[in-house]
Structure formats: structure tokens, C-alpha cells
Design a protein around this ligand. Structure first.
Ligand SMILES: Cc1cc2nc3c(=O)[nH]c(=O)nc-3n(C[C@H](O)[C@H](O)[C@H](O)COP(=O)(O)OP(=O)(O)OC[C@H]3O[C@@H](n4cnc5c(N)ncnc54)[C@H](O)[C@@H]3O)c2cc1C
Length: 404
């Protein structure tokens, strides 16, 4: 048996950053092993070369530039001068036009008659009339943005991305959406300029020469033998904490989807029921060599007669690139002979009651020497910068626990 202080499941950003941070904190490298199912580290952030330029096979990935601690960590593996800084340009296709995102801050870009349509509808929204906030996502959209934006944009877009009834989603995650007040929307129409809080990635970094995956690939390489590729979780003996019959861990850290634990460990009935209730969306990424005539980095497509929900115009952010790729919920995808990448675990779905379900799973895990972290350990829409920040913190917590 190969004894390890830490067996880390998953070599995506979370697992990679955790392993490096533990080593930085003094854990001997040979005491850590990261098990990664794929042949390359980086998880959803991996890139491949397609048609002579990088393509982010997990969908469009950009580095948010706000958190210094995260940037310092990432720049160790890909220095700042290897990244280009962009001012975000993202559009929404609506009423035959491309309007800047977020819509409620940019209605002024429509002809006056259309502006009046939307403003009239927002003025009647529950949030403007002081009604209490509803609990389901679909009702929340109507309440916050009015029926017209709900029917033309938000509801169809969300049906497309999740392939699920928006009524089955909760509202606990909506702090992530742009928050523009009705007053700001009105002022933006009167003054002809955007108003309100900027969405995430107002500015972003993207590698000058590579795809987004390069930094994570380098992070994986730097782990040397501590990263075991092509090694999926097969079994966990919970009592002895033996993984795949080979590694015996003092602590197991799981950044893989909890659903991958089914059949690998003897989960108690309640935990199994909780894990089975977790939902995720799968995304297909399809490449097209045509270069579109738009300044946009990415464009949202709410029209339900078109299968994809987002276009990434890589010629506008990747060097020497042409063409674009699309992101489509796999349930809506049509068969193709073209270049396609399937991501089974793309989005955790924020179903009603999910925070309580995940809390129960994490409680059970903690009682068994298992730490759940990252996008799938927490089953949260965390971006890679948040995953890095969380992994840095988990490493600090684990070291503090070890020292106590
Ligand atoms: C369409 C899309 C767009 C996004 N855009 C952005 C963006 O612009 N900016 C940003 O910062 N973030 C973005 N994200 C989020 C980003 O992808 C995640 O934050 C990040 O990948 C989380 O890292 P992770 O390690 O927690 O999870 P993952 O990247 O999912 O890594 C999990 C790892 O576990 C491995 N694994 C799975 N099952 C097993 C198993 N059974 N055994 C062993 N290993 C296993 C996987 O192969 C993978 O390497 C986006 C995500 C999506 C889907």
C-alpha cells in the first residue's frame, strides 16, 4: 500500500492549486498524489489546437482580473507578460440586433419604440412595485425584469442553457447576475449610455500565444510524479481510506463530481439519495471556421429555434485565429460531422434545495476524512479564479488542522 498524507481526486484547477499550495506549505511532494481521469490536467479549462489556433474545449474561458492573490498564484506558472488584457465586449441577439450585455443597462441601444416597450414592462415588474421576492427562478425573472425581457430573453436563454424548467431552479445564486435598478435603466435610456454595476469579466485576461488551458497544463507538469493521469476513481474503502486499492490517504480531497462516487464507495442511503438528486448540464462545444463580422468576444443567443446559446468569436481574442465556436446544451445538440467536444460535467444546476443537499454530503464527507472542494465538490458555479481562491484557503485550513 502506498501511504499518502493527501490523495486529491481531480486534476482540474481546484486539485492542481490545492496540491501546489500544500507543497508550498511544506508537505513533502511524495506525500501528495492527484488522480486525474484525463490524459491532460486542467479539467474544464483545458484547450486544444483546432484549425491552427487554440480552442477552449470546455467552453469560453477568461481570467477575471480582480483577485490579487489568485493572479499572483497563476502568474507563477504563466507570467503576466504572457497574457493580453481585454475590455469585455459581449452582446445579446434580440429583435434582429446585437445589444451589449447586460440588457437592462443597454436598452438605450434599441430604437425608441422598442425602448418604450421594455421600459413599460419593467415599470410593471413586481420588484419595482415593491412586491416580495419570489423563490423560484422563473418567477424571479418576471419579478425583477418584467414580462417582456423575461419572455424574449431570460426565460428562453435559461431554458436553452439548462435544458430544464426554470421553475425548478432556486434564487439563492442570483447575486451572480448583474444588478441594475429600474432607475439606472431609465437613466441609461435618457442619457444614451450604460448604467449600473458591471458584470463579471468587465476586463479579462487571455493568453497571448495559447489557449486558456496552457497555464493549467503547466501547473500539472510542475507536479511531476504527484500527478497521475488517465486514472479515474474506481474504488474507495471508506474505513481504511484506501483509493483504487493502491493509495492509503490520511485525507482524501474530492474535486470530482459526487455522482462519480456512486458505485466506487459504500455510501450510506441518505448520502446516496442526496448525491443522486444533484443535477448537472452537459455542454457540446462545436467549431466553425467562418469568421463573423462582429467586435464581440462572445454573444448570447436566446432564440430557441437555434440550438446553441453562446458563440465565442475566438478571432477577437486568440492570436492568429479565425472562426468561432458555439456552446450548446448536449440535450439540444444536433449530430455533427464537424469538430465537437463534449463536456459531460459542465454546469452544476442550482435546483431548489441544493444548498441543503450539498451541506449534508459535505458533513458526511468531513466525518470520513474527506474534504469536498471546487466546482463539483461544492456543486457551485464557481469560476476558475474562485476555484483557485478556494483551493488556497482549503490548503491553509488543512495545514492549520494538521498543526493543531
Ligand atoms: C462553458 C463554461 C464557461 C466557463 N467560463 C469561465 C470563465 O470565463 N472564467 C473562469 O474563470 N471560469 C469559467 N468557467 C468555470 C471553470 O471551468 C471552473 O471554475 C473550473 O474548471 C473549476 O475547476 P475544478 O477543478 O473545480 O473543476 P473541473 O475543471 O471540472 O475539474 C475537475 C477534474 O476532475 C476530473 N475528474 C472527473 N471525474 C473524475 C474521476 N472519476 N476520477 C478522476 N478524475 C476525475 C476531471 O477530468 C477534471 O480534470 C466556465 C465553465 C464552463 C462550463
Amino acid at each position: 500500500m502506498d501511504k499518502k498524507e493527501f490523495v486529491v481526486l481531480g486534476g482540474g484547477p481546484s486539485g492542481l492549486v490545492l496540491a501546489h499550495s500544500l507543497i508550498d506549505a511544506g508537505v513533502p511532494r511524495e506525500q501528495i498524489v492527484v488522480l486525474e481521469k484525463e490524459g491532460v490536467a486542467g479539467g474544464l479549462c483545458r484547450s486544444v489546437d483546432v484549425d491552427g489556433a487554440p480552442l477552449d474545449r470546455g467552453g469560453g474561458h477568461f481570467l477575471d482580473v480582480r483577485r490579487q492573490e489568485v493572479l499572483d498564484f497563476v502568474f507563477r506558472f504563466m507570467p503576466r507578460d504572457e497574457w493580453a488584457l481585454f475590455d469585455r465586449v459581449s452582446k445579446i441577439r434580440l429583435r434582429g440586433m446585437e445589444i451589449d450585455h447586460p440588457l437592462e443597462a443597454n436598452l438605450w441601444q434599441f430604437p425608441v419604440e422598442d425602448q418604450a416597450d421594455y421600459l413599460e414592462s419593467i415599470a410593471q415588474a413586481g420588484s419595482v412595485r415593491g412586491e416580495p421576492m419570489p423563490e423560484s427562478f422563473a418567477a424571479w425573472i418576471n419579478w425583477k425584469l418584467g414580462e417582456r425581457i423575461a419572455q424574449e430573453y431570460m426565460l428562453p436563454y435559461n431554458r436553452k442553457i439548462w435544458s430544464m424548467d426554470p421553475d425548478a431552479l432556486g434564487t439563492y445564486w442570483l447575486y451572480k447576475l448583474p444588478n441594475v435598478s429600474f432607475r439606472e435603466t431609465l437613466l441609461s435610456c435618457l442619457e444614451g449610455k450604460p448604467m449600473g454595476a458591471l458584470p463579471a469579466h468587465g476586463t479579462f485576461l487571455y493568453p497571448k500565444e495559447f489557449g486558456y488551458g496552457e497555464v493549467w497544463r503547466r501547473m500539472g507538469e510542475a507536479l511531476g510524479d504527484s500527478l497521475v493521469r488517465n486514472c479515474a476513481l474506481e474504488s474507495v474503502d471508506l474505513e481504511k481510506r484506501i483509493v483504487n486499492g493502491r493509495w492509503q490517504a490520511e485525507t482524501i480531497v474530492s474535486s470530482i463530481p459526487w455522482t462519480c462516487w456512486i458505485g466506487c464507495a459504500d455510501l450510506p442511503a441518505q448520502v446516496l439519495a442526496d448525491v443522486n438528486s444533484l443535477k448537472n448540464a452537459s455542454i457540446n462545444v462545436d467549431y466553425s471556421p467562418q469568421t463573423l463580422d462582429s467586435p464581440s468576444h462572445w454573444t448570447y443567443e436566446p432564440d430557441e429555434s437555434i440550438s446553441y446559446h453562446r458563440i465565442l468569436l475566438r478571432a477577437n481574442f486568440a492570436k492568429n485565429a479565425r472562426g468561432y465556436w458555439t456552446e450548446t446544451n448536449a440535450q439540444r445538440s444536433k449530430p455533427t460531422d464537424g469538430v465537437r467536444f463534449h463536456n459531460e460535467y459542465a454546469y452544476p444546476i442550482n435546483t431548489l434545495g441544493k444548498p441543503q443537499t450539498v451541506a449534508r454530503i459535505l458533513d458526511w464527507a468531513a466525518g470520513n476524512g474527506i474534504v469536498g472542494m471546487g466546482r463539483w465538490g461544492r456543486w457551485e458555479h464557481m469560476n476558475s479564479d474562485v476555484a483557485v481562491a478556494e483551493a488556497l484557503q482549503v490548503a491553509r485550513d488543512l495545514m492549520a488542522k494538521g498543526a493543531a
